[in-house]
Design a protein. Structure first.
Length: 204
């Protein structure tokens, strides 16, 4: 007697089972990526201030900031045709892209900083690094040494309202044939950070 499974013979079912390709999502391997971890300063205080009955004021402000990030990212992706994803975690944003797009990323972050200052009156603090990371689900899943390093640099080294870059990023800018001084300044503590006003004016 021929065995059947879901209406097909066992041999036919086994052939389909063996030939079924592995899903792309099952690949577990790091790739070289730029990770930018950016924190919106002042949001925690805003949330603490609006807890009972007027929490909508904090939520409205956070939604407005997200809309600025979404719109600015969408415009960049359309005009420069680059692959870039971002993830929001409360009052922080994580941006991920190919190291070759370091200049467009800096331009994007400069635009976002200027818009958030002028439209929402908040400053940014963050850090950018290049290294190993695994990114899935259009940026909703990010893990790897580069993510951890970007977060730690933002927490421990950025200190002031500025977006710093580590040596891997300055090297990438040099390889792009763009002068570092067109995009970065060096602070008194020797940290390079995005000169967002200069970059923003240059982009426009």
């Amino acid at each position: 007697m021929t065995r059947t499974i879901a209406g097909v013979t066992y041999d036919e079912w086994l052939k389909k089972r063996v030939k079924k390709p592995a899903r792309i999502e099952e690949v577990k391997k790091y790739s070289n990526r730029i990770i930018a971890f950016v924190d919106v300063l002042g949001i925690k205080a805003l949330i603490d201030e609006h807890r009972k009955h007027d929490e909508y004021k904090a939520i409205d402000k956070i939604e407005k900031i997200r809309k600025i990030v979404e719109d600015s990212t969408k415009i960049l992706k359309q005009t420069k045709n680059i692959d870039l994803d971002f993830l929001q975690i409360s009052d922080s944003f994580v941006f991920v892209c190919n190291p070759k797009t370091v200049i467009p990323l800096i331009e994007l972050l400069s635009t976002i900083q200027m818009r958030i200052i002028t439209e929402c009156q908040f400053l940014l603090r963050g850090a950018i690094t290049i290294g190993d990371a695994l990114v899935r689900e259009f940026g909703k899943f990010i893990v790897g040494p580069a993510y951890i390093q970007a977060y730690q640099l933002q927490e421990n080294d950025a200190i002031y309202p500025r977006i710093i870059v580590d040596k891997s990023v300055t090297k990438a800018i040099k390889r792009s044939a763009h002068p570092i001084t067109d995009y970065l300044q060096r602070d008194s503590d020797k940290e390079f950070f995005i000169d967002y006003i200069k970059v923003y004016i240059g982009v426009r």
